[in-house]
Design a binder for this molecule. Structure first.
Ligand code: AMP
Ligand code: ZN
Length: 503
């Protein structure tokens, strides 16, 4: 499998540190607002990378932080007159809801910066001891950038050029030895959250949190470090300087960066005000559509957001889901063939279809040999689907080319539409269905439609509740209200009758 490594600027063979295992750190959002769909791009693409690695049989330890202390969070908290912790907690909960709706798997660990202060104090102390950091008079601790000889190796920046253009770099104070030095710990200002430290009451800089969380949850050296391309400099460059100086080992072997999600060819960002939140999109589309839209491009290509592309994604997704539903429907209705041994139970077949080895999933010829109850012609058809799985895998093996992987899924869909009909055996239909589901799962596409709660069903329950109330059967009326609440329906009793809405 080849991955493009920002560090070496070329595609490289992926070899994990430990056989069969992958350690992966993805920089997460700063939680002061609802996430926008630009923030959703790294979540979706790196979740898909993780899913593919798991499909190949790797055990993936996936860590993604929430930055829950930061100037923007503090500003928002003071505007609202609440604590910074309350703002962060609220938007972490909202972010997790968005992630679930986009079918982004929860990380193995989602560490919070505020819970990792002791580790940060330790790493800063080590950096000071080793001469890579110093405390200024006011208690600010700076990283001594020039002492780290490999500074610039990720972003390809030359330290002398940086020095010359240092005005572009955020200047945080006048107490630095050198304008290139960056903050590891800063003194608190009035009313800000703070922690005790040997240098001053204060809070950590942004870069140190990721170095510390990656070390704690994954180790000194990790396989993959990922994030949006705006993080290459200075964030990831600074993470390398901190981690490698403190730990004395190389930090991450493969650095993966997604390109921007743009609007009118400009980066979508909070500061430019040209953004849509994931919630905005959810009002118009199922968030599976957003996910599918993101995967329709290679993660290193800029992607321009437009209603047309979203509608195209919606149609494409619909084609896959319709075929998957059709296969399920046909196989449910198909009679199991009577043979001496009978057809193997569904669960066992699905297991066979998804069985994986570290060399990749088993090919279908092998699976099919074990399945009885299918005709020779069907066996032959099924073996033909290997081509699509191979194309899918070859695309993903080439630096996670999801755009081509999606094309392979469409080809499989077309094949299924041509070869699946009510005359086919249950075993054949189930095997095709398992195959389509398996590839869709790697992309994080759910092929089962959510059960739609029909308006009529709700109206019926409301009428029953009204009748129960008339009969003074309040226990039953409350029971129905609870049942509706569990379905996401709230009721409001008004003079004009009951008004209900979906929440
Ligand atoms: P932030 O909260 O700004 O630190 O962003 C969280 C993650 O979203 C980082 O990995 C950013 O690189 C990424 N990101 C922010 N805006 C965009 C965008 N328009 N396109 C792609 N990724 C983005
Ligand atoms: Zn980070």
């Amino acid at each position: 499998m080849k991955v493009y490594n920002t560090l070496t600027k070329r595609k490289e063979e992926f070899i994990p540190l430990e056989e069969g295992k992958v350690s992966m750190y993805v920089c997460g959002p700063t939680v002061y607002n609802l996430i926008h769909i630009g923030n959703a791009r790294p979540m979706i693409v790196f979740d898909t990378v993780r899913r593919y690695l798991e499909y190949k049989g790797y055990e993936v330890n996936y860590v993604s932080n929430f930055t829950d202390v930061d100037d923007k969070i503090i500003k928002k908290a003071s505007e609202e007159g609440v604590s910074a912790g309350e703002v962060a907690e609220r938007y972490i909960a909202e972010c997790k809801k968005d992630m679930a709706a986009m079918n982004v798997k929860p990380a193995t660990t989602h560490p919070l910066a505020t819970q990792e202060i002791p580790g940060m104090l330790d790493m800063i102390s080590v950096l000071i001891e080793k001469g890579y950091a110093y405390a200024a008079e006011d208690g600010t601790v700076y990283y001594r950038t020039r002492n780290f000889k490999r500074y610039g190796k990720l972003s390809g920046k030359n330290i002398d050029d940086l020095e010359a253009g240092h005005r572009d770099i955020q200047v945080t104070g006048d107490l630095k030895e050198d304008p290139l030095d960056f903050v590891l710990w800063k003194p608190k200002k009035e009313g800000e959250p703070y922690w005790e430290s040997p240098w001053c009451k204060g809070r950590p800089g942004w870069h140190i949190e990721c170095s510390v969380m990656a070390k704690k949850y994954l180790g000194d050296e990790i396989d993959i470090h990922a994030g949006g391309e705006d993080l290459i400099f200075p964030h990831h460059e600074n993470e390398i300087a901190q981690s490698e100086a403190a730990n004395g080992t190389p930090f991450a072997r493969y650095w993966l960066h997604n390109a921007f999600l743009n609007i009118d060819n400009k980066k979508m960002s909070k500061s430019l005000g040209n953004f849509f939140t994931v919630r905005d999109i959810a009002e118009k589309y199922d968030l599976q559509v957003l996910r599918f839209f993101m995967l329709s491009a290679h993660y290193r290509s800029p992607l321009n957001f437009s209603a047309d592309l979203m509608d195209a994604a919606k149609n494409g997704l619909e084609r896959i889901i319709t075929t998957a539903e059709n296969l399920r429907h046909l196989s449910e209705n198909a009679a199991a063939a009577e043979t001496a041994e009978g057809v193997r139970p569904h669960a066992e077949q699905a297991d066979a279809a998804s069985a994986e080895t570290s060399d990749g999933p088993r090919r279908c010829q092998e699976q099919m040999d074990a399945v009885t109850g299918i005709t020779d012609e069907e066996r032959e058809f099924y073996v033909q689907t290997d081509v699509y799985v191979e194309k899918f895998e070859a695309s993903m093996e080439d630096d996670f080319n999801t755009a081509d992987a999606v094309s392979a899924v469409f080809e499989l869909v077309k094949f299924c539409n041509t070869h699946a009909d009510p005359s086919r055996s249950k075993a054949f239909l189930e095997a095709l269905s398992a195959r389509l589901t398996q590839l869709s799962d790697v992309l994080g596409i759910i092929t089962e439609r959510e059960e739609e709660i029909l308006d009529a069903e709700i109206e019926q329950l409301i009428a029953e509740r009204q009748a129960a109330r008339k009969e003074k059967n309040f226990a039953r009326a409350d029971e129905i209200r609870d049942q509706l609440a569990a379905m996401g329906i709230t009721l409001k009793d008004t003079r004009e009758g009951v008004i209900w809405k979906r929440v």
